[in-house]
Write a protein that binds this ligand. Structure first.
Ligand code: ADP
Ligand code: K
Ligand code: ZN
Length: 434
């Protein structure tokens, strides 16, 4: 691995990594203290720069929330004058009004390096033709991945989101070998291929980077089978630059979180204390290299855990398990806690189930109900009511085994459920409507 995109830090022994984190943490706290927000926060918490001498000292530092970013909109979080900034992005606003993130020239460079590192690590090379199918504009999945791919040296096609027929034409005509695509869209795009009488397996595609939204292992396998490619999970959030925060390696077993650029903690969302080793909690992240807008102990609300043990690939950076969802995605129904990902895992492992589904929560009298609308693959969508009824009951049973309540299952035709551009909306809560 001699390419300059492969970074020596990827193999740094734990002790050196630890030391590096300590040094960078002190720097970043110093840098952050130049912002109005952190000057006040650190003062209130009674923390001085001199108190931060190793990465363990992170526990002395106060937390940062999405509301803090909103309350200090537009530039209260900046550690440098706005004229030193080189770019601005905003989060997609999936869970409320958007928040802005600013980058200096250096920040953009380190971000592109991290992103290139991720892609190189799964076998993307300068000879590859890369098509980015995520939305450009304020969303970091566009330009963030784009500059990573260019940094690596790929011929990069900024296709953007949507317009499936054109996506397919570009994939085909330019012999695209690597794509970045949102998993729910990858499933949908396969149905478009099908309706055009084309087989996505016949493309020159080898690798897909999939991320930006929670998805199950079953969805990854479907994408790999539909396209005959390898698909790698990519995690990021605009507050931490965007994509390139944690990424799978060829082992496809957990995402290495780049600990030379971020400190990751997994905490109990109630007590804000670390969860026992290997247990699920809220991921809390601190930037270690950002100068324009450093963030300390940012509460992502994303639920995951550290995977135990070393990765056979040799990278020393710890691995995060697949993101289960955001803390606020949890469905509470009849006293049972359910994550949409549990439902997806069951649905996507049933061969008759097509590429889209929707969870609807509704109120029936005084009772909360869950209705799951499930698209059925064309070849299984038959006229025979008895066959459909059996399929419906068998899906409901399998769901009950996983989530402990029996949902109403409604079978619908291929491509009949609503689709959003960008991140899929899996749950529709109508309980307050009646
Ligand atoms: P928004 O918070 O408005 O969606 P972002 O575009 O910054 O804005 O999205 C970041 C969020 O997307 C993460 O906090 C996480 O919830 C989700 N996400 C990103 N990548 C993944 C992934 N690989 N798996 C699961 N969820 C992901
Ligand atoms: K090239
Ligand atoms: Zn690995």
């Amino acid at each position: 691995m001699t390419n300059d995109v492969f970074h020596k830090n990827e193999l740094l022994d734990r002790e050196s990594l630890h030391t590096l984190q300590g040094v960078r943490l002190k720097n970043v706290v110093f840098q952050a203290s130049k912002s109005r927000f952190y000057r006040d926060q650190l003062f209130r918490a009674g923390v001085r720069i001199a108190d931060i001498n190793s990465v363990e000292d992170i526990r002395k530092l106060p937390f940062t929330t999405k509301d803090d970013l909103r309350n200090h909109y537009p530039d209260g979080m900046l550690a440098m004058p706005v004229d030193k900034m080189n770019r601005m992005h905003a989060s997609s606003g999936t869970t409320g009004s958007p928040t802005c993130v600013f980058y200096t020239k250096n920040d953009l460079q380190t971000w592109a390096d991290l992103m290139a590192r991720c892609m190189y690590g799964v076998g993307v090379r300068p000879e590859d033709v890369f098509q980015n199918m995520s939305g450009y504009g304020l969303f970091t999945g566009g330009l963030g991945i784009h500059y990573g791919a260019e940094r690596l040296g790929c011929c990069t096609i900024p296709a953007g989101a949507g317009n499936s027929k054109r996506q397919i034409k570009l994939l085909h005509d330019f012999h695209v070998s690597v794509i970045h695509i949102i998993p729910s869209y990858a499933l949908h795009l396969a149905t478009v291929f099908e309706s055009m009488g084309m087989d996505p397996k016949s493309l020159d595609l080898r690798i897909a980077i999939i991320g930006a939204e929670p998805h199950s292992e079953a969805v990854r396998r479907r994408i790999e089978d539909l396209y005959a490619i390898k698909a790698y999970n990519s995690y990021g959030l605009s507050e931490m630059n965007g994509p390139g925060v944690a990424f799978e390696c060829p082992e496809q077993n957990g995402m290495h979180i780049w600990e030379d650029a971020y400190v990751a903690e997994i905490l109990d969302p109630e007590t804000l204390e670390p969860v026992p080793e290997g247990e699920i909690g809220e991921l809390v992240l601190t930037t270690l290299t950002r100068e324009g807008m450093p963030l300390i102990r940012y509460r992502t609300k994303d639920l995951t855990r550290f995977l135990p043990g070393d990765c056979p690939c040799g990278r020393t950076h710890r691995r995060l398990d697949r993101i289960l969802g955001r803390a606020d995605d949890m469905i509470i129904l009849k006293g049972v806690n359910i994550y949409p990902m549990q439902i997806e895992r069951v649905l996507m492992s049933i061969p008759e189930v097509g590429q889209n589904y929707l969870i609807v929560l509704e109120r029936d009298g005084f009772l909360d109900q869950m209705r799951i609308k499930v698209e059925v693959k064309e070849e299984f969508f038959v006229e025979d009511m008895r066959v459909l009824k059996n399929m419906q009951q068998s899906i409901a049973r399998r769901l009950r085994d996983e989530i402990l309540i029996t949902p109403r299952v409604e079978l619908v035709e291929r491509n009949s459920l609503p689709r959003t551009q960008g991140k899929a909306k899996r749950v529709e809560d109508r309980r307050q409507e009646s």
